[in-house]
Design a protein around this ligand. Structure first.
Ligand code: PLP
Length: 490
């Protein structure tokens, strides 16, 4: 059969598809407003009710399957009902990192300005890739990076970029350090976050060029051991390249001695990267400032606003002291982007993403709305909550503090429980759903850990959670008990 064509020579097959409505994916203005407020209501309901829910998630394969699974839908369905289905699967079937009694791993208490900024970024569909594609949102990102460097007490202008979180920020930093300081040996402590080792592996850093230095008795990077390791490598004809320090380790909140590490780094021509993903925001308040002094020595550092700056998840920041290093590592000039190349900062030249969302909006709105003092006060309260938890734990003789409250983290053990007993307490706590605590391993022993980064947590929440842990420990199975020390074993 012959294909018919119109007077421009366009065949029927093409014209047929063009006869459908261009509005096929659109909603009317009134529907958009009505449906949009459904989501607003769902989020405000969540904020109002989250503390009355379980902080931990429930098992629910059947419910989840009937709510959201099935074959790829071929016909339309009502958006109201579909929004309701998503609310249902998130209400009880996820951990609530923003719950007042969520103390596991690193909680994620968000803030309403942060949520609104995230929505705006999504709705405005900005692409913060080239200066010319988004001079407005690019300016917001530059301002936010500058504000973050001020919050951390840094002087001057550091080059910055926002990425999805700490892991991506660490990876971006390592790549930058290798390009700008050359290959060689990288030095970590045994408390360095796993994202660094995973990042090194993913860019093919040879395992034999990675030194993991045992931390000191307070789980900090041991500068003496670092100096010795560097000296040994230099004597063997190897080249030290990067040292990674941490201010606010994930396990204990320990902060490395940046002054001492920076001296060793500078003396050996190394790049000092500081992972302040977790602890960085504590530099904003008096209680944390001293512990984070020395950040200025870093060649690069990261901070994760979605950990302790009250942000929706998906925002980490890398700051680099020397201008132009990020571009040296990541700049690219594909032919189809040449039209956009001139102008100010092209963020696609500072990291691995090309099409980038406007991550800065949420943090800009948060910093601008609350201002520094209110945020510093909230962080200070969180640090004081960990100190309060330490006192409560110390009052109960079944517990022993393993590491004191540092940057919002306290670790402790139950004297009569084995490693399995500690893990079991956390598991039973999660299944009861009163509070969420976590375990970690230090010196090969499983212990308990509370991270108190939610300023809405009350002292009652802390006391009741510690009492709850004590009760669970008291009812532990006999197989979970440590053997009594005997004269021969003591
Ligand atoms: N660095 C530190 C010190 C962390 O505590 C974490 C996460 O807990 C990360 C990096 C990784 O951050 P993200 O989970 O945002 O990738």
């Amino acid at each position: 059969m012959e294909n018919s064509v119109d007077s421009y020579g366009v065949p029927d097959a093409t014209l047929g598809a063009l006869r459908t409505s261009p509005d096929v994916l659109s909603f009317s203005e009134s529907e958009m407003r009505r449906l949009g407020y459904l989501v607003v209501d769902a989020v405000v309901d969540h904020i109002q009710t989250v503390d009355g829910r379980r902080p931990t998630s429930m098992a629910g394969d059947d419910v989840l399957t009937s709510a959201v699974a099935g074959p790829l839908p071929s016909l339309p369905s009502a958006l109201d009902a579909n929004v309701a289905a998503l609310v249902e699967v998130t209400a009880d079937y996820q951990q609530h990192d923003d719950h007042r009694r969520f103390f596991a791993r690193v909680p994620g208490p968000s803030s309403f300005p942060g949520i609104l900024g995230d929505w705006l970024a999504t709705g405005m569909q900005s692409t913060v890739s080239a200066w010319q594609s988004a001079p407005g949102p690019s300016t917001v990102e530059m301002v936010v990076c500058q504000w973050l460097s001020e919050a951390l007490g840094l002087c001057g202008t550091w080059d910055g970029i926002l990425v999805s979180g700490g892991s991506m920020a660490n990876l971006t930093a390592i790549v930058t350090a290798r390009v700008c300081n050359g290959p060689g040996i990288v030095y970590l402590s045994d408390q360095t976050h796993i994202s660094i080792t995973r990042g090194l592996a993913s860019i093919g850093w040879a395992p034999e060029d990675i030194r993991i230095i045992p931390s000191d008795s307070a789980y900090r990077f041991d500068p003496g051991a670092l100096a010795a390791a560097v000296e040994k490598d230099v004597a063997a004809g190897l080249r030290p390249s990067i040292v990674v320090a941490t201010t606010g380790t994930t396990n204990t909140g320990a902060f490395d001695d940046l002054d001492a590490i920076a001296k060793i780094s500078a003396a050996n021509g190394m790049w000092l990267h500081v992972d302040a993903a977790y602890g960085g925001p504590a530099a904003m308040c008096e209680r944390g400032r001293a512990q984070l002094s020395g950040l200025r020595h870093a060649d690069s550092l990261i901070v994760d606003p979605h950990k302790w700056l009250f942000q929706p998840f998906g925002i980490g920041c890398l700051l680099v002291k020397r201008p132009g290093c990020l571009e040296r590592a990541f700049a690219m000039n594909p032919e189809y982007l040449a039209d956009l190349a001139d102008g100010g900062v092209n963020f696609y030249d500072r990291g691995l993403e090309l099409t980038r969302r406007a991550r800065a909006f949420q943090l800009w709105l948060t910093l601008r709305t609350y201002g520094r003092e209110a945020l510093a006060g909230a962080i200070d309260r969180c640090m004081a909550l960990a100190e309060y938890a330490q006192h409560v734990i110390e009052l109960n003789p079944v517990f022993r503090i393993v590491t004191p409250a540092q940057l919002g983290i306290v670790t402790f053990e139950v004297l009569h429980l084995t490693d399995a007993g500690h893990a079991d307490v956390i598991k039973r706590m999660a299944s009861e759903g009163f509070a969420a605590a976590g375990s970690t391993v230090l010196d090969g022993r499983t212990i308990l850990r509370l991270c108190t980064t939610n300023p809405r947590t009350t002292t009652d929440d802390i006391r009741e959670t510690v009492d709850h842990i004590a009760k669970l420990a008291d009812s532990a199975a006999v197989t979970m008990l440590r053997p009594f020390p005997t004269l021969e074993s003591s």
